[in-house]
Write a protein of this length. Sequence first.
Length: 562
Amino acid sequence: MSDHGIPALTEGPLGRRRLLRAGIGASLAVAGAGCSAITGEGAGAPPVASGGPAEVPKHIPAPPVEGEIRSKVPGLPNAYAKVPDPLRVSWPEKPGDGTSMSMFSIIWSPPPPPVGQNPFWADLNDRLGMDLRKVWGPSDAYESKLATLLAGGDLPDVTGLLPNPIGDKALKQGAFADLTDHLAGDKMQNYPNLAANIPVAAWQNTMINGRVMGVANPVPAVDTVFIFRGDWAEKIGLAGPPANAEEFREFLINIPKAIPPQNGQTPYGIGAFPGSIMPFILSMFRVGPDWQVTDGGLVARVDTPEYEQAITWCRDLWQAGGYHPDALALNAQEIKVLGMFTSSQIGIAKGGIGYAFAATSEGRQMIVKHPGTIPLLPPGHDGGQGKWVKTTGWFSRAAISAKAAEKPGRIETILRCLDYLAAGFGTKEYMINRFGIEGRHWNYNDDHEPTSVDDPTLQAELTGLTGYPHAYYYPGTPTGYSDALAYAEALAADGFDNPVASLPSEVGDRLGGVLEKITDDYINQIVSGRRPLSDFEAFKTEWHRRGGDQIKADLEQQLATR
């Protein structure tokens, strides 16, 4: 886990739709990570208490940190100029009770060395006052591993639940504890790190029928940055960053004409379709989320004129040569496309926010190496402001097993441990959770910046064992922290919220993949010219017939009773 985003996830057994919809961000809870706009099991979700929905867990800001810039936009982390000295201690005593705590987590890389061969793990156990026992779910086998655990009936104390039908069904059937009585409203005062570092929106969007069914694992409302070759734009003849869709088009289609071959390859504008730049284009045309609430009820994105405008623009761009010739094949190769940007084969790239602001990131290196290359905000297609779809605010939940909850005081002990692991920037706990043991995994440099020891074997000791709240802190770039916050605030300002983010939909889980395939089949062919633009109406008809109308009816019913 890095300071500027989780490992990029595109395809694979977990499914692109579930993993990418909420956006990317550094995760907080150690119990797992995932994302989805639709979660749960519909009517079978936990019932609302007789007194009505519970109060949302309260957000309580942490004490201020020297050099801190607090975000003016809800759902964004704060920015930090430097590591304070001295560090604040958020947990003066050990949160655990000396027993063991088992935890199931998804992991995207080989697991760390076992505790007996891992000084960091042993130190973590000592700091927690618990014997932390990890159960790993490799990313390519997470769902099957979770299903096996659930079928066996002997769940770990804490399970990292990605939003998928398997986990949602288990929530419905009572496999996990309702944490409402422990976390609702002012009860968050007992867990100050969780209270400070989980935004209200993350709690709201993970509650099921008004109940708190796990500790939300948040992501920022925005964790995306676009970098474009402004030096190329100058050579093409543009006066500055593109101010509308037409100027962006001129930049893209003229790259093969005005820029000579780079590293033996003809450069192009955009590397893949729909690819990682599609959200930029949708923002230019102010296309909202998958489902939008209007005066006339719930409307699907595909039915909006803005979406059709965006697709039409992409088709025209394709015909004019603005996409790489292999753009359709490259859609599933995000890492390769990023490499094409760093090797000067395409003119724009997308990354997690730190891609442009972290000193060691490849995106930042492009900015330094090619003066004029800068972070780019999506302009409005008409010269106004673009409009971004914000994330749902959460990536997964840490659920406590119902069996563990039967033991008196057990929930409180587990929540204290999760609170310890959620310590924010400026605390002693954050530094060790994020960077490891000082003197072994990292050291301060002369500027009082933490610098990791360049030893992959040592750094592997940290893999998958802790998490940390997202913070804009980028040592080695004097203004990186404030620049990142300014970019994120500009992108999130007046952005779209997702009106159905907290609605559980079994229908959506079941049919979402079908609709994704229909969309890919039609839209890819329309944009690439293999189908006429007139087939857009046939696309919408099939989309609704094959599942769109069923999902809409399900969500509208839930909106009416929420």
